[in-house]
Design a binder for this molecule. Sequence first.
Ligand code: ADP
Length: 328
Amino acid sequence: MSRVFAGARPTGKLHIGNYLGAIQNFVALQQEHQCVYCIVDIHALTTLDETSMLQDNIRDMLLDWLAAGLDPQKSILFVQSHVPQVMELHTLLSMVTPLSWLLRVPSFKEKARMQPQNVNYGLVGYPVLMTSDIVLYKGELVPVGEDQIPHLELAREIVRRFNSIFGPVFPEPKPQLSEAPMVLGIDGQQKMSKSLNNHIEIAATPVETKKRAMMMVTDPQRIYRHQPGRPEVCNVYRMHQFFSPNDVQRVYHECTHATIGCVQDKEFLGEQINKYFAPFRQRRQEISTQPHYAADVLADGARRASVIAQETLREVKEKMGLLTRNTR
Ligand code: ADP
């Protein structure tokens, strides 16, 4: 049984990309592993100009997780800042991380380009904090989307370096990709992402969902209704593979024979997404009306996470020569 760790930034409600790329795996891994799932609020601070929505976003993320099937009896669900040992470990790991490794991370360059007014120190250290999140809980498997692979590779390098200097403490974390490691947005070109506003929220209303599905870009070469489409380049078709598994062959046939138009196809996809997420939406609604449930789950999660965190940090400090003899 490996320890699983994953974190997600509380930047709003989950979208289909998060769900297919990561959350589905979070849920599946619970059956056979000890899972630790963290809402990484400190990470969110690297890109926020102001924090008035932070607590609402944390609650939204937890509700999405619970409704998607994360079970607080099985998994540890908690907020990063509630277990502050991670910040101590971040400082310690920053001493074994060459700055050059951090400056070449593609997402750092990308964020620096997107927010030139706020290229803060935390942004450069993001992968070190992410490594600290994982290794504080000795995470071995990390369910993530494809975009996180470079960060995880860096985490493995930091772990290797730490272990080679101070002796083996941390396992090297491995990524666990889902069947949909890179879901495209409704533009059909870029990764689905909140910041690109090309996403479909899984907790959206049926009407909102359909509206977003109708905005999806299909085969750009199919201009007229009577032209056959090319499902292999169509993001709507790709989505059918997840949301309409029983109809996918029919859709393929109808699209390639031009007996269905893109508009009709997108209407159908919208309905299928709504059907797929109906039980999720129902559960989310029920959980959100229980007054203390979310706070209780997070308090219990922080308590359980702290036990592991304290133990690891003590081991790290001992290896690094930070403990006086009588506290060892
Ligand atoms: P962050 O990556 O900052 O924690 P995100 O909300 O972007 O926050 O991602 C949360 C998880 O969802 C990550 O594991 C990420 O790899 C995954 N993910 C995000 N967008 C997609 C996507 N379009 N396709 C597949 N996986 C995705």
